[in-house]
Design a protein around this ligand. Structure first.
Ligand SMILES: *Cc1c(COP(=O)(O)O)cnc(C)c1O
Length: 435
């Protein structure tokens, strides 16, 4: 699978000539001294570049991969489905993998709770869909004045206009805040409780990344917060939207983050790990109570006019079914126990008393390490210290992407304990190279 150096260089030149990469300052990307890594192959928790170098996939290919790359069971499920059909529309038709996946997702929750599944393509559209359902629900039930949303400071819910307006990260979201939903940002539950009743009456829903805010730098919420939010929503009638796009499918140690506090939201958004990190697919789950408000004759105009060309794509649904089945056959969640312990141990051994580390956070198999200067001061943000450390880490055999100066370690869950220690040790060596 190794591509010759000439081919690699030709591909790099073509990339720089024609591609525009996400979340990337392309001036630096296209500069002569930058050699983009061309990833050519994956196996288990590892990726190989076009020149044959092997790396641990330290952030699960931006938080998507669950059971590893090139997994025989998921590969076979996609191939089997491909023999039959790659895609057909969910507008006016249905397909077996989508039906079976909807049933499998609903079965992850107590009976008669999240009983309806709407498929889209990405985390952003899963959130966009939840918000539009919430708005239309209030219109259909005669309370159209509930038209605003609450989201948290530092939140990240995706990049389509609506999802971005929920976002609370200045650099990403400020420019687009006025073009999406009407959103009120709050720092915490205490601030929520202080909202005047006349404001609360205008709220359609509240969105949160349960337990942990990913793009904010793996910020942990206090324990018990989900229960408090559920109670507040029950008191006020505001619909509760959980964005489990990152936390879903085992990342936090349970299949879903909401299960840690036994809280059922009114909408649940799933994406990234849904297909095991294979194909773009997302799902918005909701209650029958919400769904039934949309039922009526054509004249009543209650239809949810929303959808995408690839909704319920059979190949992606087949991959998702295979990924879900692996949780049972491979005892994925059970096997996380010792891996989480190993991760905690490796973090404290390599970074515990480190002069350049101000904080370490861990939840399940997600870890974050905040890097600072010797005297505890933050590096100037434009120095891109975190990014430089991650670049250096490649030489030590690990790929990951920081959030500013927070290093993220979040490998596929098939990673072994030895590989976890090697990964954390590689990050420690990269920090030593830089600071
Ligand atoms: C990644 C992410 C999204 C957006 O998902 P995309 O598939 O990138 O559109 C939304 N919410 C959270 C919590 C995420 O981590």
């Amino acid at each position: 699978m190794t591509v010759s150096t000439t081919t690699t260089n030709e591909l790099r030149a073509l990339d720089k000539a024609h591609l525009w990469h996400p979340f990337t300052q392309m001036q630096g990307w296209c500069a002569p001294d930058h050699d983009p890594l061309i990833i050519a192959r994956g196996e288990g928790a590892f990726l190989w570049d076009s020149e044959g170098n092997r790396y641990l996939d330290g952030n699960s290919s931006i938080w998507t991969n669950i059971h590893g790359h090139h997994h025989p069971v998921i590969d076979a499920a996609i191939r089997d489905q491909l023999e039959k059909m790659a895609h057909c529309s969910a507008l006016g038709f249905t397909n077996e993998p989508a039906i079976r996946l909807a049933k499998a997702l609903v079965d992850c929750f107590p009976a008669d709770t999240l009983a309806r599944v709407f498929f889209t393509d990405d985390g952003s559209t899963a959130m966009e869909c939840a918000c539009k359902m919430a708005l239309q629900y209030w219109q259909l039930t005669g309370i159209p004045e509930r038209h605003r949303f609450v989201a948290f400071d530092q939140a990240y819910h995706g990049d389509t206009a609506g999802a971005a307006s929920l976002g609370g990260i200045g650099t990403f979201h400020e420019r687009f805040q006025k073009t999406g939903f009407d959103v009120l940002h709050v720092p915490d539950v205490a601030a929520l409780r202080e909202l005047p009743p006349e404001t609360v009456k205008t709220l359609a829903g509240i969105a949160i990344e349960p337990l942990i805010q990913g793009a904010a730098g793996m910020r942990l919420w206090p324990a018990g917060m989900l229960r408090e939010l559920r109670d507040w929503c029950d008191e006020t009638g505001v619909l509760l939207i959980f964005d489990e796009v990152m936390t879903g499918f085992g990342r936090t140690g349970k299949l879903f983050a909401c299960q840690h506090e036994k809280v059922i939201p009114d909408f649940l958004a799933l994406a990234k790990g849904l297909t095991g990190g294979y194909l773009p697919l997302a799902a918005t789950l909701t209650h029958e109570r919400i769904f039934s408000a949309f039922l009526g004759t054509i004249e009543e105009q209650k239809t949810f006019y929303y959808g995408h060309s690839y909704c319920a794509n059979p190949l992606a649904c087949a991959a998702a079914l295979a990924s879900l089945s692996l949780f049972e056959t491979d005892h994925t969640l059970l096997s996380l126990g010792p891996k989480r312990v190993q991760l905690a141990d490796s973090l404290s051994r390599h970074f515990g008393a480190h002069p350049n580390v101000s904080d370490i956070r861990q939840l399940g198999l997600i870890a974050a390490i905040d890097i600072v200067g010797e005297n505890g001061e933050a590096f100037p943000w434009a120095d891109l210290t975190g990014a430089k450390i991650c670049l250096a880490a490649r030489k030590h055999g690990i790929l990951t992407r920081p959030v500013l100066d927070t290093l993220v370690f979040m490998p596929p869950m098939c990673v072994t304990e030895t590989e976890i220690d090697q990964g954390i040790s590689a990050l420690a060596r990269a920090v030593a190279d830089l600071v």
